[in-house]
Write a protein that binds this ligand. Structure first.
Ligand code: NAD
Length: 229
């Protein structure tokens, strides 16, 4: 069977969860990366059976998650983590959650993966029109939503089996004007799509890994509701 690592699962409402279920139904072993501040509630909800109904697969069995890894995809390694984040009590309880450390942990625990899924985005100023977005907000959107795919692929590439694949989720606001999708999120998706072509070329040559992004339709996830979609 195949093994998948899905970055960006913190509840049962988003694309990451749905993708995990599809992969589980197809027989894949499921590992997930959960944003550090959301880790405790996700793990305790899992443990308490809050997701049991939505863990149900078509054959009646429940999706198993082999391991949940804390992850913050805006930091590549421990040297990148600012002091205030290290000291933050939402981060203090977890360890090894930078991208490089998560890839190392997955390697140690499981050796290799076949499928890497990037299902995460964040734009702190998403509710501001692009023309009113600060430099800081714009760069934060690109860091969390675009560079995070480059970083994940860079650090996981050595442990993705040949003929494996990577996928992320983009949005039509990269090409057409979608009022309300601000804060540089439209720019972040445009970068994600362009980067996907270049990364596909590079990872294809290097290791026969396919790199794609899917432009998803609207879904009432936590992220979408937060911006009033
Ligand atoms: P979601 O809230 O289920 O998923 C986003 C996840 O990203 C959350 O679990 C959040 O905790 C995580 N996250 C945020 N910052 C992070 C960080 N720094 N490190 C690690 N994780 C982080 O919402 P979703 O809508 O399912 O989003 C998944 C993907 O689908 C995103 O790329 C989003 O842009 C894309 N998408 C969503 C829609 C939609 O309508 N919901 C449409 C097209 C594309």
């Amino acid at each position: 069977g195949k093994r998948a690592f899905i970055a960006g699962v913190a509840d049962d409402n988003g694309y990451g969860w749905a993708i995990a279920k599809s992969l589980a139904a197809a027989g894949a072993e499921i590992l997930v990366g959960t944003w550090v501040p959301a880790l405790n509630i996700f793990e305790s909800s899992l443990r308490r059976g809050k997701f049991d109904e939505s863990r149900k697969l078509q054959d009646g069995s429940l999706m198993e998650i082999a391991k949940v890894y804390p992850l913050d995809a805006v930091y590549d390694n421990p040297e990148d983590v600012p002091e205030d984040v290290k000291a933050n009590k939402r981060y203090a309880g977890a360890t090894n959650w930078t991208v490089q450390e998560v890839a190392e942990s997955v390697k140690k625990d499981f050796g290799t993966i076949d499928i890497l899924v990037h299902s995460l985005a964040n734009g702190p100023e998403v509710s501001k029109p692009l023309s009113e977005t600060s430099r800081k907000g714009y760069l934060a959107a690109l860091s969390a939503s675009s560079y995070s795919y480059i970083s994940l692929l860079k650090h996981f590439l050595p442990i993705i089996n040949p003929d494996g694949s990577a996928i992320s989720l983009t949005y039509i606001a990269s090409e057409r004007i979608i009022p309300g999708y601000g804060g540089g999120m439209s720019s972040a998706k445009a970068a994600l799509e362009s980067d996907t072509r270049v990364l596909a070329f590079e990872a294809g040559r290097k290791k026969r890994i396919r790199v794609n992004t899917i432009s998803a339709g609207p879904l009432g996830s936590r992220a979408a509701k937060a911006i009033g979609f």
